[in-house]
Design a protein around this ligand. Structure first.
Ligand code: BMA
Length: 860
């Protein structure tokens, strides 16, 4: 079991001070990790527990269940979520802790219906996985041994009770209740718990319970800071007007002093009177010529470390370091000829957003490690992304996720955790939602990476209350029921959530639902919208050809995608050879989209060919996905500045599965991730073949115009050059522009046997290149080729050197079982061209063990 680090303990522990009322006025925070036990209620099943953790992973560690991700083990583990579980431990409170005026237990995440007993007194009945809870244990605490018990009610049984009490059920398209063996009873919507736990079209149904985030013992005497918010009231290149808003709690009023420093330099210091109870106070300060925080590609993601020091009666009461970036980020929505724009502006600069949707990295969230977070973020950054969308069917991520985004210049589009379902609107539910929003917005608001808060995923367009269309949900309800459900929708997404964002942030933008054509609830999104954001699922769900990416161009494309299988090495981890057929029970169970296999095969037959061999089929599914997504991204970028962003669905997986992901559960790059990296380069050269005309576009995220040299060569698949040209051109800053156009009829060539290689050079250095083809791969004359490879070392780095006598497409390099990483893969290689691809750990590899696949060698 991997342990993870939930980086929440931001307050430094202040050392003890002598004399007067603030003696020992310090807060100590101790994470309660060891010696936890778990047991199933009314059963003999029990064992040692890891906290934070889940019942499933504790059962797995105790060898009481097998790996839920292996073959179809998930199916016989559905009993787990229908039982109650208890976690307990003896909590030793030291004499030092015991003598403090305040002794509290903080639960940073309980999943989900958790009754907390301290020395057998029920002190908390938690019911929302996303909330933080704190209980005062001072009145019940003993010095030395104390009994801590957390009783988890089955989320399914609770859900079933709530369903019974409800006048009607609610739509929840991705809730796999059947797999959970409860028929069509969709209970996920009643429980504030990660939606994907109940299954999704890329995820298993494994409904967890457990103490999923740390439990922290907090002890202090009179005073503590609950949270500090660095409000950014005005940010320009010349000046940042900031305000440190401090929420504190004190047992006694006092006259104190707050000081803010950066790098040892005092930025502001003033006296404050601190009032009894929980209150706020604030200290404004300014920074001249601030080093602004920039997203990847625009500049350095500069961070400031602010030291916040509070003293009273000449004693130090609180000292904290808070890192944040100074920046202004706005969602610009302006009416124009077409409709209404949807563009992010960072420090006054319009930024074309290049990124992906992000889902949780595991079904068992507590076992996601720091290394996993670092890897996903590095994979995003290395593929030239500048934004991730934390999608609403998962969870508000751990602090370390956002810290990594801050450090790496990755913007975050943050959904609230609501997706593809309607939700109840009773007052208890609404209050829970409100508190959840306050907890999470408060926790995350200092992160410069957060660019937008979004109410939900796809609910407004699915429900489609004000017009025909949608997913056919509302037609199954009476008029009164529809009104009631719509009222709950408006209460949550148009009242509660925007209010929390307005009250708890310094003016962050809020968008009610993705996709949406405008802010108002009646502005449902469709594929024809010239306003707002779009989820374009014509490709895939709607069986539109990839060419239609040219037609459906959004102002901001926040979802689109295409599935592939994981590669063979990943598939081997959850299968045995008898499963090697995409329709086998095991493979089908690791494909949760009902239409998945059909879609992949159908599109494959349009563009490539459908190999019979299992391994070849997996390879081809990668190639197909990369082919489609390249088409999508290039179309979106060519449409700049009409379109100002593209976020494909999805960068990661929560288990090994066939899905829309570009990297699999083990973080292996699929062909698509390599294609994305290329398509997201700061400068993209992109070609469009339309009837007789071939157009070449230069798309630039750079902020200056650049004089460049465009080189184009028309070459047949055996290497004969038909045409070559060198054109002086201007690559326009931060937009897409047409660089060159020609009539294809000017040259005599076969469309199935010729490629156009395009490259852009500045001062003779290549800054972008691409290959353009005139027909679909299925029609191309691709054959076996004579490929030569060598493993070479240069300055301590290892490269596979590769050359071919004919054009080879989608060349896939792999050293079996080595798990090595290639800086490029699934690439096209021109005849007689030699390229060198860097490979990690090359000294351990033998060239004889290099496996190569390419399109021309696949038999059908
Ligand atoms: C989008 C997402 C997910 C889903 C994906 C693929 O709608 O928001 O709900 O997994 O499509 O179907």
């Amino acid at each position: 079991m991997k342990t993870k680090n939930y980086a929440v303990l931001t307050f430094l522990i202040v050392t003890a001070f002598s004399a007067c009322q603030f003696q020992n006025a310090t807060i100590t925070e101790r994470e309660i990790t060891n010696n936890w036990f778990f047991k199933q209620i009314d059963s003999t099943i029990q064992g040692e527990a890891i906290v934070p953790g889940t019942v499933h992973t504790d059962l797995l560690n105790a060898k009481l269940i097998e790996d839920p991700f292996y073959r179809i083990n998930e199916k016989n583990q559905q009993w787990i979520d229908k039982n109650d579980w208890e976690y307990s431990k003896t909590l030793i409170i030291s004499p030092k802790e015991f003598e403090k005026d305040n002794i509290r237990l903080s639960f940073l995440g309980l999943d989900t219906y958790a009754d907390v007993y301290f020395n057998d007194v029920l002190l908390l009945e938690a019911d929302n996985m996303f909330r933080e809870w704190e209980i005062d244990i001072k009145p019940y605490a003993n010095e030395g041994e104390n009994k801590l018990r957390v009783y988890f009610h089955s989320p399914i049984n609770k859900g079933l009770e709530l369903l019974k009490q409800s006048a009607y059920s609610y739509p929840a398209s991705n809730d796999q209740s059947e797999n959970g063996e409860i028929g069509d009873q969709k209970v996920s919507i009643f429980t504030r718990k990660a939606g994907y736990h109940y299954g999704w079209d890329w995820g298993p149904r494994l409904v967890t319970s457990g103490i999923w985030r740390p439990v922290v013992l907090k002890t202090w005497n009179s005073f503590r800071v609950k949270n500090t918010f660095i409000k950014q009231q005005l940010v320009s290149n010349e000046l940042a007007e900031l305000n440190a808003e401090i929420t504190y709690e004190t047992n006694e009023a006092f006259a104190g002093k707050i000081t803010i420093k950066n790098n040892g330099r005092t930025l502001a210091s003033s006296n404050h009177s601190f009032q009894n109870g929980v209150n706020k106070t604030s200290l404004p300060f300014t920074i001249t010529n601030p080093k602004l925080w920039w997203s990847k590609g625009l500049g350095a993601p500069n961070l400031y470390e602010f030291e916040i020091i509070i003293s009273g009666n000449n004693k130090l009461l609180h000292k904290q370091t808070l890192a944040t970036g100074i920046r202004s980020i706005k969602l610009i929505r302006e009416k124009d000829e077409a409709g209404e724009s949807f563009a992010f502006e960072l420090n006054g600069i319009p930024v074309f957003i290049k990124g992906a949707n992000y889902i949780p990295n595991d079904n068992f969230l507590p076992r996601v490690t720091t290394a996993d977070y670092e890897k996903v973020i590095a994979d995003a950054v290395n593929a030239n992304m500048n934004m991730l969308r934390v999608w609403g069917g998962g969870t508000y991520e751990n602090d370390e996720f956002y810290e990594l985004c801050d450090k790496n210049g990755l913007l975050v589009w943050q959904d609230f955790m609501f997706a593809c379902s309607m939700y109840p609107g009773d007052s208890a539910f609404l209050e829970s939602v409100k508190q959840e929003a306050i907890d999470n917005v408060t926790r995350l608001r200092n992160h410069p990476s957060i660019a937008l808060w979004c109410g939900n995923n796809e609910i407004n367009s699915a429900w489609s209350y004000y017009s025909k269309g949608g997913w056919g949900w509302k037609e199954t309800y009476t008029q009164t029921q529809q009104e009631e459900i719509q009222k709950a929708y408006l209460d949550i997404f148009h009242n509660i959530l925007p209010e929390v964002v307005a009250n708890c942030t310094d003016g962050d933008d809020y968008w009610p639902s993705s996709p949406q054509a405008g802010y108002e609830p009646n502005e449902h999104a469709g594929y024809d919208n010239a306003s707002g954001d779009m989820h374009y699922w014509g490709v895939w769900h709607g069986l539109h050809p990839f060419e239609d990416f040219e037609i459906y161009k959004a102002r901001f494309m926040s979802e689109y995608g295409f599935q592939s299988f994981p590669d063979f090495e990943t598939v081997q981890k959850y299968t045995v050879p008898e499963d090697y057929d995409i329709e086998s029970d095991v493979m089908a169970s690791h494909q949760r989209s009902g239409i998945g296999n059909l879609r992949i095969k159908e599109y494959m037959s349009w563009y490539f060919n459908v190999p019979e061999n299992f391994e070849d089929f997996l390879y081809m599914s990668h190639v197909l996905q990369a082919y489609g997504m390249k088409a999508g991204i290039e179309a979106h970028r060519r449409a700049m500045p009409y379109c100002m962003g593209t976020l494909f669905w999805q960068i990661n997986d929560c288990w090994p599965v066939a899905s829309w992901s570009s990297t699999d559960y083990y973080h292996k790059w699929k062909a698509m991730h390599y294609a994305v990296k290329k398509a997201y380069e700061p400068v993209l050269l992109s070609g469009l073949s339309n009837n007789d005309t071939l157009s070449i576009f230069g798309i630039s995220d750079l902020l200056n115009n650049i004089q460049a040299n465009l080189k184009i060569s028309l070459i047949d698949f055996s290497g004969h050059v038909i045409m070559e040209k060198s054109i002086e051109t201007t690559l326009k800053a931060n937009t897409s522009s047409l660089l060159y156009q020609f009539n294809k009829n000017e040259y005599k060539f076969s469309e199935n046997n010729t490629a156009l290689k395009i490259g852009l050079l500045v001062d003779n250095k290549p800054i972008a290149d691409n290959m353009i083809y005139f027909s679909k791969p299925v029609d191309q004359d691709l054959t076996e080729a004579n490929i030569q490879t060598k493993l070479i070392e240069k300055n301590g780095k290892w490269y596979v050197q590769i050359t071919s006598d004919k054009l080879v497409r989608y060349v896939y390099l792999n050293f079996e079982g080595q798990n090595e990483f290639f800086t490029d893969n699934y690439f096209d290689l021109m005849p007689n061209e030699t390229i060198e691809v860097e490979v990690e750990n090359g000294n351990n590899l033998k060239i004889e063990e290099l496996e190569i696949k390419h399109l021309g060698m696949i038999s059908y």
